[in-house]
Design a protein around this ligand. Structure first.
Ligand SMILES: Cc1cc2nc3c(=O)[nH]c(=O)nc-3n(C[C@H](O)[C@H](O)[C@H](O)COP(=O)(O)O)c2cc1C
Length: 466
């Protein structure tokens, strides 16, 4: 298929389900790694990730999404100790390193991995993702983040984190350089592999990019020949005004969160408006939200399991995680105190979640309760498989979301139970694929071939053979 063909409107397709992962012990609902049935102690063994890959592909997940951060959370109590003690997004393997091995034991599963534009260089990054696109056979996606942890800045030689606007400006130029390397350096017919005349590639079709910008000077050419997708599928999740505009311009898959249908619907509409404002079509991107589930054979059993998860959650871990993302240290706040907006250099959407997005900011006690009551960022569906499927249908029907980042509290049971008991019900309702469609990660996601759509900014750098 060519990228000229119309994107299939998301509403005519089964829902997207990604497995949300981090290459460590604890993340998201902090402390749940202590749950008696959770097993993440093997995260440093390759076999752990190969088992996960097989499980996700057997479950027909669209992709595994690897979140990632480059530092320790040290805002809460002005110390890294709470994050180290509670394993809050710490420690973490480099998620890129497990992907080729996971790709070797799967044929269809996509891999969306987080890399920060603030602490990388675009030439090395473009090479890495072009290599991953080759090695996965066109199944790689890139979650573009600008990072929000001050410790990450200090890990890369900076005395403090660059400002929020500075990070997004760097991200814009970072993507421009990456697009030039992926789309504009090698023509499609550059590689000849002509042994008789000792000509591997036609030099006239392997071009320098000669990028000279505000932040980067990159001559090129790309070190890697064209891969199936060329540009990896672009994911994004920034939810500040700047983040939303960035997603509208570049993202093909966007993560949005909202703890109620109204907020979620508004966030989805805003992202599609931003895409249209950037000259793209509203269906040029898919919008995905977080979801957690607790499944029981009966409602009563599901509620008991949910209580066991709550008891494993760590208040200290939740406040360390929230502090690092938002910049708000709640260690000295009293329970009845109302939150005041944080300094705006961290994740602005995270800092706004309990303040600016509310008529009156939440009290600290309410925030702690919200952060330690199962999923800190989204709805948790608790019930029998049929009730979970009903909840998924309701969220999709009332908000227009295209799919979900599925989180687990208990590894690997939560995904196993979801795949064995909820997926068949969703399949019968036409909400879940029954087999993988052929094609690249981008084609499966957007239905319009391997390459970026003509409306995507990367397409502007596409060199066509003379
Ligand atoms: C589902 C989801 C996953 C995210 N994963 C990461 C991540 O892995 N690393 C990261 O630095 N930020 C992550 N974020 C945060 C956003 O990508 C973004 O960096 C942050 O919200 C700051 O953007 P903003 O100030 O525009 O809101 C995630 C956000 C969401 C909703």
């Amino acid at each position: 298929m060519t990228s000229k063909e119309q994107i299939i409107p998301a509403r005519n397709r089964p829902l997207i389900f990604n497995a949300f992962e981090m290459t460590g012990v604890g993340y998201y609902a902090h402390g749940t790694w202590t749950h008696p049935r959770s097993h993440r102690e093997g995260f440093t063994d390759l076999s752990f990730w190969l088992d996960r890959a097989r499980q996700f592909e057997e479950g027909l997940f669209d992709a595994v999404f690897f979140a990632d951060v480059l530092g320790v959370y040290d805002i809460y109590r002005r110390s890294p100790d709470p994050a180290i003690r509670s394993a809050v997004d710490f420690p973490l393997l480099d998620p890129v390193t497990v992907i080729p091995a996971m790709a070797a034991v799967t044929r269809h599963l996509g891999f969306a991995v987080t890399v920060s534009t603030t602490y990388e260089h675009p030439f090395a990054h473009a090479r890495r993702f072009a290599s991953l696109d080759h090695l996965t056979g066109g199944r790689i996606g890139w979650n573009v983040v600008t990072s929000y942890l001050p410790n990450a800045a200090r890990n890369f030689g900076l005395s403090e984190m660059p400002g929020h606007a500075v990070r997004y400006a760097r991200a814009e130029e970072f993507l421009e350089v990456s697009y030039k390397l992926w789309e504009g350096s090698w023509l499609d017919d550059a590689v000849l592999y002509d042994k008789d005349n000792t000509v591997y590639a036609d030099p006239a079709k392997v071009r320098r990019i000669d990028h000279h910008g505000q932040l980067f000077d990159v001559q090129g050419p790309s070190l890697v020949p064209p891969s199936r997708q060329r540009t990896p599928v672009i994911y994004q999740a920034g939810a500040s005004e700047r983040g939303r505009a960035f997603a509208g311009r570049h993202a093909e898959a966007v993560f949005v969160n909202g703890t109620n249908p109204g907020a979620l619907t508004a966030a989805i509409t805003a992202i599609r408006d931003a895409a249209e404002a950037a000259g793209r079509r509203r269906d040029d991107l898919r919008v995905v939200t977080d979801l957690s589930v607790v499944i029981g054979r009966t409602e009563e059993e599901a509620r008991r399991k949910a209580d066991l998860v709550r008891r494993s959650q760590s208040v200290e871990g939740a406040l360390a995680g929230f502090g690092g993302a938002s910049g708000i240290d709640l260690s000295t706040a009293s329970g009845k105190e109302r939150l005041s907006p944080a300094p705006g250099e961290h994740s602005q959407s995270e800092a706004a979640r309990f303040t600016r997005e509310k008529q009156t900011p939440d009290r600290v006690d309410d925030v702690v309760r919200r952060l330690t009551d199962l999923s800190p960022y989204s709805e948790t569906l608790i019930g029998t498989p049929a009730q979970i499927a009903d909840g998924i249908s309701r969220i999709a029907d009332t908000t227009g979301v295209d799919g979900f980042n599925l989180h687990e509290f208990v590894t690997p049971d939560d995904f196993t139970e979801f795949i064995e008991s909820v997926v068949p019900i969703l399949q019968r309702r036409g909400l879940y694929r029954t087999a993988y469609e052929p094609g690249s990660h981008r084609h499966r996601l957007l239905g319009a071939g391997d390459r970026v759509a003509d409306t995507h900014p990367a397409a502007a750098f596409r060199e066509v053979s003379a």
